[in-house]
Design a protein around this ligand. Sequence first.
Ligand SMILES: Nc1nc2c(ncn2[C@@H]2O[C@H](COP(=O)(O)OP(=O)(O)OP(=O)(O)O)[C@@H](O)[C@H]2O)c(=O)[nH]1
Length: 390
Amino acid sequence: MLTSQLVPLLADAVLIAIIAVAVVLVAGTAGLVVTRRRKSAELPAPTQPAPLETAEPKVGEDAEEPRDTPTRTLEDTELPALEKPESAQGRLVRLRAKLARSQGSLGKGLLALLSRDKLDEEVWEDIETTLITADVGVAPTQELVERLRTRVRVEGVGPEQARAILREELIELVNPSLDRSLKVERNGDQPAVVLVVGVNGTGKTTTVGKLARVLVAEDKHVVLGAADTFRAAAADQLQTWGERVGVRTVRGPEGGDPASIAFDAVKQGIAESADVVVVDTAGRLHTKIGLMDELGKVKRVIEKTAEVDEVLLVIDATTGQNGLTQARVFAEVINVTGLVLTKLDGTAKGGIVIAVQRELGVPVKLVGLGEGADDLAPFDAEQFVDALLD
Ligand SMILES: Nc1nc2c(ncn2[C@@H]2O[C@H](COP(=O)(O)OP(=O)(O)OP(=O)(O)O)[C@@H](O)[C@H]2O)c(=O)[nH]1
């Protein structure tokens, strides 16, 4: 009896419990959905890509006004004007005054001594001292004094002859017969390659920049290689030089392998059908064997694709005898084909031109006469001597 009464009661309780659980579950799910909806309402809606306009471009009367027509003006798109570098011819003429100013004491000093009424031993000694002080070097000085003595004895001298004789003998000493032309002509379908080397701070990067201008003035298509990965600012410096005259600079990561950048620059030169690729290298002390060996590697790697036509050694004219030592060591590791004497504007020691050519048997091809963009000139023996005697 009791059981028969309890069973329906239990069944009711179970039913109520099931209904309660069901209600809680439904309410919970609804709550979650609401919370999710709220959260997603707080996030920005995912952006749907705008449908692509597939309209074909039309021509003639069918063509629509380009979307950006009203804002596109000539001023908006104008590129910065490229600089027009000064032509190589006539640079030394312009720079002659600078040369005369810095080297005046050498030329005019010699002329004053040689024009004396009486040329005794003391005067000849003073002539020797003047030449040695101007870094002409001992052997060339003795040679010159010997020749002057002979000519004075044979021809006699007044002030006019003194100038003429001195001019002739100085030109002879600077050697006008040397080939000072830069090898910057394409070899078949390949660009000429110029490698610029030297110790730190001699003016390599500046010289490469200035040389690019000389070449652009000759209508050459130039590519620059920033293989000085040692000095952080060198690549930027070079790129700025290049951009001013519309020349591309190939560069790599800071501290990267200079040989691979040189290689890439030459490859770029070939791809662009350039006339000349000029490669700047890091300044290296001639006493550091590892760095000097690296130069040989840079050259060999370039030679996998192209011939190296010029290796220009940059020497700071203000460093005197040290410049000669550098020249000697560089020439031992790489076949130097030309010398660039920089900072001739900052020293009275122009005699280094004679000394360094003698030392290497390689001609001075370019001279740096200032920090101005066009203050690099092809070297010319006669004009150089004329500037000394001006
Ligand atoms: N007065 C004068 N200064 C020069 C001349 N050539 C270069 N310079 C200056 O010399 C300094 C060094 O020049 P850089 O071209 O940076 O020398 P660098 O050999 O590339 O230097 P590293 O990369 O450190 O080896 C700069 O201040 C140049 O402006 C020149 O003919 N006359």
